[in-house]
Design a protein around this ligand. Sequence first.
Ligand code: PEP
Ligand code: MG
Length: 360
Amino acid sequence: MDGTTGTVIINPSESVVDVYRKRQEKYADYGKALFHYKDLSCETTDGRRVRLMGNMEIAEEIDSLIEHGAEGIGLYRTEYLYLNRKDLPTEEEHIRAYKQLVKRMSPHPAIIRTLDIGGDKSIGGIDMGKEINPALGLRAIRYCLKNVEIFKTQLRGILRASASGKIKVMFPMISGIDEIRRAKAVLEEAKAELKAEGRPFDAGIEIGVMIEVPSAAIIADMIVKEVDFISIGTNDLLQYSLAIDRVNEHVAYLYEPFHPAVLRIIKTVADAANKAGVSVGVCGEMAGEPEYALILLGFGVQVLSMNAFSILRVKRLIRSVSHAEAKKICKTIIGIATAKEVEHYITSKLPGLYKEEFWS
Ligand code: PEP
Ligand code: MG
């Protein structure tokens, strides 16, 4: 099984096994060589700092993220606390999970995303009913605002854990300002309750939202006035802006991160955040691929959050380019009409910069 390409070869011949053994060795050497970058600062040749953070779903991933030098958790997909059970996690369970996380990551921050149920993510303890278009249905923040008690239990857990370390809270699938204000109002209610109960929490906890719905991207200049940070969820942003079901293999060929519309949207969002002086990150899969990280850097994204294995590959890329060069590349690609031409341009511009050595 070749995990780098998603290929399974049934009954491989001796010679195929031989080829793969050699590749496996190269792959292991490649991984080891990347550790050279672990303790080096993540900055471009002209001194632009980029923070590389980790995406996580379960506690078992924390060790690997630390080992690969993650500067905090940029996305904790908390849905996994709700999986494989028939009931819902209690406030105490939330606290335990988040406390364990911040203690391990300290002094780095951990961004905890509130429940992102629905669409491609279903949970045993919650019956979502049948929806004709679940990706456009009662998902994520929409579900939480309709089921405030479930939402508030999680928010209380996040707040109470924030007394133990640097935690930020992030709302998924925001489509407009009203949703942000309503979510913040529930957070305020949770804070007031905890205050009345005499329980400690970080009163100034930073609030962020995911930008993964085109409507939110288009009004990013207004959204950044409501929050402390934003994080672009490119997985869903591509799904919604290109009208491609992210789990439908028949349309996967249309899922193009270099699509000019995607590039323009990301630029719009990053420009709005930078203009307002609000931190802008990317926590979708694009952040962890060096060729995309290069353009995110050029568009002015300051935080990239990804899985453990991608961290050192992306750091190597960032340390090998200048911010000025990345900006210049972005200036050119924003005028290119197709994803294929963008890719071709970047490959020709930077031959060998991001291709995987172990594969050659
Ligand atoms: C995203 O949509 O890009 C994202 C990071 O969230 P998820 O993949 O969990 O939907
Ligand atoms: Mg998403």
